[in-house]
Design a protein around this ligand. Structure first.
Ligand SMILES: *Cc1c(COP(=O)(O)O)cnc(C)c1O
Length: 379
């Protein structure tokens, strides 16, 4: 049996959880939380990071920080996870869905300006499969119309945008705010977990307050206040030290995890090259301006029927392959609210994108076997 995903444990998780428990401080914002946050700030140059209980929470914090109110418009790719949109819908925003590109599920930045109205406040981008969106173009548009940009970087840990001069900029450092996820399906995991990145000085203090239920408790614990009070809206967004301790065990092994995951991606790409050349499948496209972070491996089928056949055939061989997002503009919750625009590429990826098993412990021979089985169905 080859599952689709298998959470990878480095072996130190329970040891660090034991230490967190023994320290007597198991609520949030303790030693492990601060250690994880410093790690991200130092490694990627993020101005400020706050661990959250999920990527969803980080997105909800972003919506609160940007003061989204009923009637505000937020541009969101249609081909994404529900949380990207829900975080803003919860604040009463009107979500305007953007279509994907022809060559990649990422949103088509060339269409953005046509979606902007005087009520638009935010553009949310999703770096699908860890592949960078066209951030310079998106940030230039945001600048021109005075909009904020939130990066949903849930897929994009340890991935980069590469500039025309070949300089690498970490994803999550390019928008005003960014959200990461440490859900067990991501590269680095904590069961459930996430992180908000704050790249703008102006948001840092308030982010910490929203994180701590609308109080200035974080500043109080640093000795900057002699009491803590209710000073703003907020919620309980911080994870316990138990989660942070688990996450720390993963972060210590980040380079090893990334190396293996990128190797797995490369083996798939090699094994499937010939079938792609025959035109029966399309392999993932990574533009010059993006890196691959080994988050997932997907192929694009010719149509839904072909995809169903592959899934069925692999299933018979005990290999679990899955499709991915069902574009949100056609979801049961949103379809009545959608403005009726056709989003052909979001539909195309909904219908044809197929994800293959992807996890740290997947062996080379297993990847070869999966590819062999795919070739058999298509022969
Ligand atoms: C996983 C994911 C999220 C949500 O993260 P959780 O930690 O599961 O809340 C948001 N957006 C995208 C694109 C994701 O893949």
């Amino acid at each position: 049996m080859i599952p689709f995903n298998k959470p990878f444990l480095t072996g130190q998780e329970t040891e660090y959880i034991k230490q967190a428990v023994a320290s007597g401080k198991i609520s949030g914002n303790g030693i492990f939380t601060q250690r994880c946050q410093s790690f991200f700030e130092e490694r990627y140059g993020f101005k400020k990071t706050l661990l959250t209980s999920s990527g969803t929470d980080a997105l909800e914090m972003a919506a609160l920080l940007l003061n989204i109110n009923p009637g505000d418009e937020v541009i969101v790719p249609a081909y994404t996870f529900v949380s990207t949109a829900n975080a803003f819908v919860l604040r009463g925003a009107k979500v305007v869905f953007a279509d994907s590109s022809a060559h990649h599920p990422n949103l088509n930045a060339n269409l953005l300006e046509s979606l902007i109205t005087p009520r638009t406040k935010v553009i949310v981008v999703v770096h699908y499969a860890g592949v960078a969106c066209d951030m310079p173009q998106i940030m230039a548009i945001a600048d021109k119309y005075n909009l904020f940009v939130v990066e949903d970087a849930a897929h994009a840990l340890d991935s980069y945008y590469i500039g025309p001069d070949r300089t690498k900029k970490p994803l999550g450092s390019l928008g005003h705010l960014a959200a990461f996820s440490f859900h067990e399906t991501k590269n680095i995991i904590a069961g459930e977990g996430g992180m908000l990145v704050i790249n703008e000085e102006q948001f840092i203090n308030r982010a910490e307050i929203i994180w701590e239920k609308g109080t200035n408790r974080a500043a109080f614990f640093r000795g900057e206040m002699n009491k803590y009070e209710w000073v703003d809206v907020g919620s309980s967004f911080l994870p316990s030290e138990i989660t942070a301790a688990f996450l720390w065990a993963q972060l210590e092994n980040l380079d090893g995890i990334q190396k293996r995951r990128k190797a797995i991606w490369g083996i798939y790409q090699d094994c499937l090259k010939d079938i792609a050349q025959s035109g029966k499948l399309q392999l993932p496209f990574i533009p010059e301006s993006a890196t691959n972070n080994g988050f997932m491996y997907y192929v694009l089928c010719q149509n839904t029927e072909q995809r169903t056949n592959i899934i069925r055939h692999l299933g018979q061989k005990n290999i679990l392959a899955v499709f991915h997002y069902l574009a949100l503009h056609k979801s049961p919750f949103f379809r009545e609210k959608h403005d009726g625009r056709e989003l052909p590429y979001a539909d195309l990826y909904t219908d044809t994108l197929l994800r293959l098993p992807f996890y740290y412990e997947l062996r080379d021979e297993e990847i070869e076997c999966i590819c062999h089985q795919i070739k058999q169905v298509l022969a």
